[in-house]
Each structure stands twice: as C-alpha cells, then as structure tokens.
Design a protein around this ligand. Structure first.
Ligand SMILES: CC(C)(COP(=O)(O)OP(=O)(O)OC[C@H]1O[C@@H](n2cnc3c(N)ncnc32)[C@H](O)[C@@H]1OP(=O)(O)O)[C@@H](O)C(=O)NCCC(=O)NCCS
Length: 190
C-alpha cells in the first residue's frame, strides 16, 4: 500500500551565516516580489540580480548585522535584520534596529512575520539591547498593524520620509522597550 501521509514542512525562522545558491536565489526572488508589490525596503524597482546578491553578501560581512530568514515549505520567503549598535557607540549600546523586514506576497498570512520579529527581539534581548526601533512608511498598513499588535509604540512622524515612485510619503518611527530602563531623575543634561 502506498504511504499517503503528506510531510508538511513547518515554517522556520533561521539565522543565516552563509548562503548556498538555492537560498540566495529564493531570497532574491522573494525580495523582488516584495519590491514589485510596492513596499520594498528602499528599492522602488528590483535591482539587477547581481546587485541584490552583492547586497545580501555584504549584509553577512558586517558584524553588527544579524540576518534572519523565514523559510516556508523549504524555501526562503522573507527576511529581517537586527542592527546592533557599533562598538564605539557605548552611549547608545542599549538601542538596536530592525531592517529589511519583509515576507514575499506569496507567503503572507501564515504568521511568519510574527515569528521573525520574535526571533529578532529574543536575540536583541539576549545581547543586552533594551530598545528596538523600526521605521516604516505611512502606507505600510500591514507592518503598522504588525508592530502595534506586538507592543511597538509610535514616537515620531517624519514628513517626506520616502519617495514611493509617485509622491512623498510620511514615515512612522516605532520603538519597543525590551527591558526596564532606569532613569536617574536627579540628573539632567547628561
Ligand atoms: C508586514 C508583513 C511583513 C507581514 O507579513 P505576514 O507574514 O503576512 O504577517 P503575519 O502573517 O505574521 O501577520 C502578523 C500580523 O501582521 C498584521 N497583518 C499582516 N497582514 C496584514 C494585512 N494585510 N492587513 C492588516 N494587518 C496585517 C496583523 O496584525 C497580523 O496579525 P493577526 O494575523 O493576528 O491579525 C508583510 O505584509 C510585508 O512584507 N509587507 C511589505 C514590507 C513591509 O511592510 N515590511 C515591514 C517593515 S517593519
């Protein structure tokens, strides 16, 4: 009798330290689809494949950048980066940032973004980062719902934050406190 049990692969979030060509192809394809969908991370049109490949290879070479990818049914379908403070920035060592965070349109709605964000937050916490910051265009409604639903607080709006190919749009700045921040109220100006 033929075994008809389907082996369904669960979504996986993983830290990427190096790429094989299949993963690189999947990540580039996912990013291209996200860019074409209209809310890519800075690119308005997909760059040439070699440019994108060099971008991702460059990410892995920068020690303050941690790259995480979401895998669905075996293929990379999205990414997010934790940007840690540079070692010379002792005064700002408590602040990290989230960047190049996206899920390809064909893999959305499965909870991958929530998983990706949780992994980035956990890594930040483990390394002593107390605040995570992320900025988005006002038009990124799904991202805004994701952030506000996961404890991020909007603390600033920047006008003319980004050109979207047709007009300038505002940007929203969000932060989440990952640990208690003690302020010494007796001090000022320090
Ligand atoms: C934002 C984005 C990453 C969400 O990815 P996703 O894998 O579909 O998200 P999830 O399935 O994990 O959903 C997580 C939450 O996001 C919000 N969300 C996701 N898609 C949404 C949509 N179309 N409309 C409103 N809220 C949405 C919801 O709060 C959802 O939680 P819920 O399912 O409990 O309601 C994806 O839409 C994307 O890549 N957008 C373009 C790039 C971008 O905006 N990046 C974000 C920078 S922070």
């Amino acid at each position: 009798m033929v075994d008809k049990i389907r082996h369904i692969q669960q979504p996986v979030i993983e830290a990427i330290k190096e790429f094989d060509q299949a993963d690189m192809d999947d990540l580039c394809e996912a990013a291209e689809e996200a860019i074409l969908d209209g809310n890519g991370f800075g690119w308005l049109t997909p760059p040439r494949r070699i440019v994108q490949e060099n971008f991702w290879k460059g990410v892995l070479m920068v020690p303050v950048r941690e790259l995480y990818c979401a895998r669905f049914e075996g293929r990379i379908v999205g990414s997010g980066q934790l940007l840690k403070p540079f070692s010379n920035n002792e005064a700002g060592a408590h602040i990290g940032q989230v960047a190049t965070f996206f899920i390809a349109p064909y893999a959305r709605g499965h909870g991958l973004a929530i998983g990706l964000l949780a992994v980035i937050e956990n890594s930040a916490k483990e390394q002593g980062i107390k605040i995570l910051e992320v900025d988005v265009r006002e038009t990124q409604t799904a991202a805004i719902a994701l952030l506000e639903g996961n404890g991020y607080e909007k603390w600033a709006t920047k006008s003319n934050y980004a050109w979207n190919g047709e007009r300038y749009v505002d940007g929203f700045y969000y932060k989440k406190e990952l640990a208690e921040l003690k302020r010494d109220e007796s001090l000022s100006g320090n």
